[in-house]
Ligand binder design. Structure first.
Ligand code: NAG
Ligand code: NAG
Length: 183
């Protein structure tokens, strides 16, 4: 009995441990950048990736530098479907667009062929309506505005998590502070 509980719980750990399988990513349409070696969206277990609004979602990316570069910048473009048309809407990553600041095991400048581990904290902005389906293209650009890496990931946005479960959305924290002050 005790043994089976043990087996059961270690099985559960195994299942939870491996539940962070990535979504299906695909090559970009807008840019010619190569796919990363791997990309994992935290909390995303299938395709499309279902993410709660107002969360910072870490995306772990491993990619190979196609050439030497002193600086890099990351852009994100959301594609919304209207019938057969895909409307691209670029959105602001502000300070998170400075790719070099978010390299985990390397620093800029990077050399041709370096394998880079990079974490992009992607804020699921309220511009993504709840229930909406979209595809996002993430691109890392090198010194000469050439794509060092690019991938697309399909996404469905769901309601924000209850306050107690929210990770680190500063916007939400600010408004809850104000509410506390008001009481
Ligand atoms: C960084 O991490 C990746 C993934 O673990 C690894 O393949 C790569 O060799 C590392 N790069 C450096 C410069 O340590
Ligand atoms: C919330 O509080 C912050 C800091 O006290 C203040 O700057 C901000 O204007 C407040 N926002 C609202 C909506 O009251």
């Amino acid at each position: 009995m005790f043994q089976s509980v043990l087996i059961c719980s270690s099985l559960m750990v195994a299942v939870i441990g491996f539940s962070v399988v990535g979504p299906e990513i695909s090559e970009c349409i807008n840019n010619a950048g190569p796919l990363p070696l791997a990309a994992r969206v935290t909390g995303c277990t299938g395709t499309p990736c279902v993410l709660p609004q107002l969360e910072d979602v870490p995306i772990d990316i491993i990619f190979r530098a196609v050439h030497t570069t002193v600086s890099m910048s990351t852009t994100a473009t959301a594609f919304f479907s209207f019938g057969t048309m895909q409307l691209p809407i670029p959105f602001e990553l502000s300070e998170k667009s400075v790719t070099c600041n978010y390299l985990i095991n390397s620093t800029c400048p990077v050399k041709t062929g370096s394998i880079l581990l990079y974490t992009l904290d992607f804020f699921v902005d309220p511009v993504f309506p709840i229930g909406s389906g979209t595809t996002i293209e993430f691109t890392v650009w090198g010194d000469h505005q050439d794509a060092m890496m690019c991938f697309r990931v399909p996404l469905t946005v769901q309601s924000p998590l209850p306050l107690i479960m929210q990770r680190k959305s500063s916007k939400v924290k600010l408004s809850s502070n104000n509410r506390t002050n008001g009481i």
